[in-house]
Design a binder for this molecule. Structure first.
Ligand code: FAD
Ligand code: NAD
Length: 465
């Protein structure tokens, strides 16, 4: 190690960075992690996955009690919203989990360098005025909200907010307008709709959830509409003026045309996220970003500069916590001389609405572009557990190669789709055919049986439809 302070210095402690640091330390490497936030865990634990799921879970219970789902099972309650307590349990979840990462750092003897890191050369970074030299540096700086010109976010005022502001609202808005019908907009829009807000989603494209399977997008739109969410598709927001306690938005058809205005108590800007590289001093390290502002890497997560690696939201690929985590493990293993691999063709994605929306692999549209496919579909209405639980919405779809029968993609809309999709990802990782899934014994009665039946439907023989 001679004149190096560390074998591995990770910049950023999100799910990419903290996991990379722990794996590096487990492999016997002297490791540090620089983090500028007050607490470890990055976007995911502090202002992303975890707090949003805390609010989604709590609001789901509220709606089940208020909206009749419980009454249908003979449980009559009149819920009263205590938003302060709901926010409190969200904060507790964040505190517990971010503190847990601090504990794991101590346990694995990882130094937390408190402050924002900046490269001063290709093997040295400065954190809080002190220079640290490392044999390997992993950039895991994550991403931040993409701003929308003409719509200025001010989370403190709680009128025009981003996802961080939308998690913290002190009262339920009368009318919330969500700009962007992607994952964040639908999840956080669902939270506030369940708690009583009227929610209008303005989406630039002709359908919500770009990147997901076409059938799934259409069905998700239908289900969310049925729940009371309003959608203005093929529409863009060009301006937002704050007037008193309200925002007045200017909307235009995406293809051009007459503008209209829309008044909102709260506007959520959720049009995507962009990689964090500002102020990192990449030029001092001899690195540059691509046209989308991302740091390009090889399959082993090495950058063009030997000894500098990058993982997570700051590199190309889906901006998902589990993708970042797996890249963190693989990257640390590669640094240690092992063979760390991430199969980017099998990264599941889940939208935690009610019902949940999940997919892994190719969409039907993508699969058809590559060749002939066979598709099996099974409605949740015909699944005994979903039906018994009063959860009839949604379906499972299995897409297989027409010749080899190898599964290319699986898509589900179901109350527990996020849990169900794991078996599809594992099957695809092992190169399963639809027949392999169809002849795997699934416990009864479970929602997962719908995956088996959809796989049976690929060759035309499901039992329950
Ligand atoms: P991040 O988690 O963004 O962490 C990067 C860290 O680096 C930050 O803490 C930042 O402070 C720090 N940093 C940046 N620059 C520096 C520097 N120069 N020096 C020191 N530290 C620095 N994904 C899912 O898979 N499931 C979900 O349910 C989900 N829900 C989400 C909900 C919301 C509201 C949001 C916003 C995101 C959600 N995501 C979800 C996405 C997920 O949070 C990200 O994909 C994930 O956090 C990326 O991990 P990362 O380690 O690359 O970066
Ligand atoms: P997104 O990319 O999922 O959706 C953004 C949406 O905004 C798109 O539908 C896009 O067409 C639309 N849009 C863009 N510009 C617009 C405009 N001017 N007017 C109207 N609509 C416009 O982005 P997001 O929802 O902000 O989420 C960011 C990232 O965070 C995503 O990549 C996602 O993977 C991640 N995330 C994941 C989860 C999860 O896994 N459950 C949850 C939240 C966030």
């Amino acid at each position: 190690m001679a004149d190096y302070d560390y074998d591995v210095l990770v910049i950023g402690s999100g799910p990419g960075g903290y996991v990379a640091a722990i794996r590096a330390a487990q492999l016997g490497l002297k490791t540090a992690c620089a983090e500028g936030r007050e607490t470890l865990g990055g976007t995911c634990l502090n202002v992303g996955c975890i707090p949003s799921k805390a609010m989604l879970h709590a609001s789901e219970y509220f709606e089940a009690a208020a909206g009749g789902a419980m009454a249908a099972m003979g449980i009559k309650v009149k819920p009263e919203l205590d938003l302060g307590t709901m926010h409190g349990q969200r904060k507790d979840a964040v505190k517990g989990l971010t503190g847990g990462i601090e504990f794991l750092f101590k346990k694995n003897k990882i130094d937390w360098l408190k402050g924002y890191a900046q490269f001063t050369s290709k093997d040295t970074v400065e954190v809080a005025g002190k220079a640290y030299r490392a044999k390997n540096i992993i950039i895991a700086t994550g991403s931040s909200v993409t701003p929308l010109p003409g719509v200025e976010v001010d989370n403190d005022k709680q009128i025009i907010v981003d996802s961080t502001g939308a998690l913290e609202l002190a009262k339920v808005p009368g009318h919330m307008v969500v700009i962007g019908g992607g994952v964040i907009g639908l999840e956080l829009g669902s939270v506030w709709r369940r708690l009583g807000a009227k929610v209008t989603v303005v989406e630039f494209l002709d359908q919500i959830l770009p990147g997901m399977d076409g059938d799934v997008r259409k069905e998700a739109n239908k289900i969310l509409k049925k729940q009371g969410m309003e959608f203005k598709l093929k529409t863009k927001v060009t301006k937002a003026d704050v007037k008193g306690k309200k925002a007045v938005l200017t909307l235009e058809p995406a293809a051009g045309g007459d503008a209209e205005t829309l008044e909102a108590d709260v506007v959520l800007v959720s049009i995507g996220r962009r990689p964090n590289t500002d102020g990192l001093g990449l030029d001092k390290a001899g690195l540059a970003v691509n046209q989308r502002g991302q740091i390009e890497t090889d399959h082993d997560f090495s950058t063009l500069v030997p000894g500098i690696w990058a993982i997570g939201d700051v590199i190309p690929g889906p901006m998902l916590a589990h993708k970042a985590e797996d890249e963190g493990i693989a990257c640390a293993e590669n640094i240690a001389g092992l063979t760390g691999i991430v199969n980017h063709d099998v990264i599941p994605s889940v939208v935690y609405t009610w019902p949940e929306i999940a997919g892994v692999g190719l969409t039907e549209e993508q699969a058809k572009e590559k060749g002939e496919v066979k598709v099996g579909k099974f409605p949740m209405m015909a699944n005994s557990r979903a039906k018994t639980n009063h959860e009839p919405d949604g379906f499972v779809k299995v897409i297989a190669d027409a010749k080899s029968d190898r599964v290319l993609g699986v898509w589900c809309i179901a109350s527990v789709a996020g849990t169900m999709i794991a078996q599809a990802a594992q099957a695809m990782e092992f190169g399963a055919t639809s027949e392999d899934i169809a002849y795997t014994c699934h416990a009864h009665p479970t929602h997962s049986e719908a995956i088996k039946e959809a796989a049976m439907a690929v060759t035309g023989k499901p039992i329950h439809i």
